[in-house]
Design a binder for this molecule. Sequence first.
Ligand code: ADP
Length: 312
Amino acid sequence: MASTARKVEEPKIPPVIENKMTKRRYTVGKFLGKGGFAKCYELIEEDTHNVFAGKVVPKTLLQKQHSKEKMAQEIEIHRSLDHPHIVGFKSFFEDENFVFVILEMCSKKSLMELHKRRRALTEPEVRYYMRQICFAVKFLHDTHIIHRDLKLGNLFLNDAVEVKVGDFGLATRVNFEGERKRTLCGTPNYIAPEILCKKGHSYEVDIWSLGCILYTLLVGKPPFETKTLNETYSRIKRNKYTIPPGLDADAALLIRELLQDDPKARPNISQVLDSAFLQGENIYSRAKYFSFSGFCPPRLPSSCLTTAPRFD
Ligand code: ADP
């Protein structure tokens, strides 16, 4: 019977695409990855040979008013942001079949691939990545944006192994001080308890996700991981996680502060940046000074993507 069922043909992506407004043309290069709606390709700008990442979304997937609005909201938020640790938004345009979003290229993939390859990272690396993520989140919160899906796969790395926060598909704007968001269409990876319990949520959900990210980078696995989503959600609601013995005391303290069940009890992003773990190097602590334990490298070599660096 399958032979009679006709599959709707997806339109093919042309080899060269053009932004009719600016007359800029891009050669479509290699496939970078696939998301919920978008396929992502390397795009080479014809005039300059600059390389970008192009998200290509077939309009067949944007027929429902709701999907159109979500895509428009993602673009509206992302295009308004300009920060060294947020994926740069260059432009967007469409042809009859596709919407194209032209983004800064992050050629070293994301912290997801890094995590899969390396598992637990060294403390100085974690400090390096976390500080950059927190700089981006501070900028977002200062501009009244909640990302709502901070996870390793949305923390991209450029050629210089610098973090670029991306994917604003679940992001939202806070319209007035004290506003509590009631709905969220999608399933964030490191979901906060107040979202699961539908209590109303705000900036604190990003702080919770930072706690999950910090834990995962240091320990090598997420804090609430189980075999099933239901069991994971149950652990999140019961705040059931354990910190392995031997973890740096400043890191353990920060994890406990970030992963508090009560959103009001969590530190704000400026307080996170001021924490002993992220401030690092404390010249008054001889033990720390000689063990390099507060060290934050100014940059990391590409070899870190596959093997642990040595800082001695
Ligand atoms: P999602 O559906 O999760 O939003 P995206 O559409 O953002 O996924 O991205 C899909 C894939 O495309 C990613 O997993 C990644 O491999 C790749 N990608 C996205 N943005 C970039 C970028 N700026 N640079 C390089 N690759 C990217």
